[in-house]
Ligand binder design. Sequence first.
Ligand SMILES: C[S@@+](CC[C@H](N)C(=O)[O-])C[C@H]1O[C@@H](n2cnc3c(N)ncnc32)[C@H](O)[C@@H]1O
Ligand code: SF4
Length: 449
Amino acid sequence: MKAQLAKLGLFDARVPRYTSYPTAPHFGGGVDSTLFARWISRIPRGAEISLYVHVPFCRRLCWFCACRTQGTQTDRPVAAYVDTLKSELRMLAQHLPHGVRLSRLHWGGGTPTLLQPAMIEDLAQAIKQVAPFTGHTEFSVEIDPNEIDAPRLDALAAAGMNRASVGVQDFNEDIQRSIGRLQGYDVTRWAVDEIRARGVASLNADILYGLPHQSKARITESVQKLLSLNPDRVALYGYAHVPWMAKRQQMIPSDALPRPDERLDLFETARKLFVWDNYDEIGIDHFATKDDRLSFAARNGSLRRNFQGYTDDTSEVLVGLGASSISKFPQGYAQNAPATSAYTKAIRAHGFATVRGHGFSPQDRLRARMIEMLMCDFRIEIAELVRDYGASEPDVRAMLNRASAQFENLLEVDATGLFVPPEARPLTRMVARSFDAYELSSAGHSSAI
Ligand SMILES: C[S@@+](CC[C@H](N)C(=O)[O-])C[C@H]1O[C@@H](n2cnc3c(N)ncnc32)[C@H](O)[C@@H]1O
Ligand code: SF4
């Protein structure tokens, strides 16, 4: 099987993770603040929307990290940034139709937990004034176990946090040293216990495969340590080594990185351990306990994909606030200025900070849904595409047959659609790419495995 996967180019390809379609590198200048404001004003009155808030600061800058973030040792830039977010929220309130409430609120980064308790309270309050919580709003926060303490957790819990995600990456100290992120097991254990003690219903942990010096034995040990913390969800991401973009990664010894076929072994080793421990597999890189909402969604076909990865959120609108954040509307995507300085300047000039995006064509909507189905369910259902997207059945069939031929009949095609069987799942992102009509530049995409 490995030989066939290699022949199909799995180990050479650089393929997007398809958290959007088209992917962000294909956004263009056609979407600006005026269009963003118009899309906001078209949200139906009383609708439930989701909100993402980006905090682009960290106290430590881990070498492996490819996220857009900047280091700061003082609170001054953070406090100024929170003020800018509040200005953005006030502008949002001016355009948002009456009665809009929050389905999901997510704070990500960077490190949102470097906000002081008073800032957490202030920001949460400002958000709720613009779009209040409902009785079932999910409020999730990305928590760096090294950058959290009891007062900040208290403030988050008081603000309504009921989901959390902690960054682990790997528990092995040699590996941690080589990726510039030291974090003892006790530190992670403390954070997890304290988060749970505050009634958080679902706890996610991020770990990575494909790190320098990682072996099957080491990833086994790390996964076992992680399992001892009983996370409800796990994201098992492939380490993306892109030192030409994320300059800090130049500190990481490339010659200590596992080869692509070894990466596949590492993923498989970790995957089996989660499955043996009774976790459900969610899409290409997540695991969840059987009673977690993500598992329900995967079982009943309502799993979705957005910029944060897998979700059971079915809101039509996700508004991204802060530098570099991306919003999704039924009409298209809109992205804020990526640099904090440019974002701040735009908001202080009393405008939104949208700089690029993409308006959907009917073809985009069809292909976006095909790719989402693959990434979530490993299956493309022709009937749904014909019913909900106005697709022509013969055209869809022709697309599926072309994909099947390209992957040497590893995929199953029948009267209902296309299915990726378990042994071909390492190819899922490549199959998704075969439905991507936009030309893919190699820069910025992580490898297929
Ligand atoms: C933006 S970080 C925020 C987490 C938080 N600041 C922390 O350090 O715990 C979210 C996740 O992105 C993932 N990530 C960052 N850089 C990555 C890379 N180069 N390849 C794959 N995943 C990466 C890590 O798993 C990380 O936990
Ligand atoms: S992993 Fe988290 S703490 Fe480390 S640089 Fe990335 S965002 Fe910052």
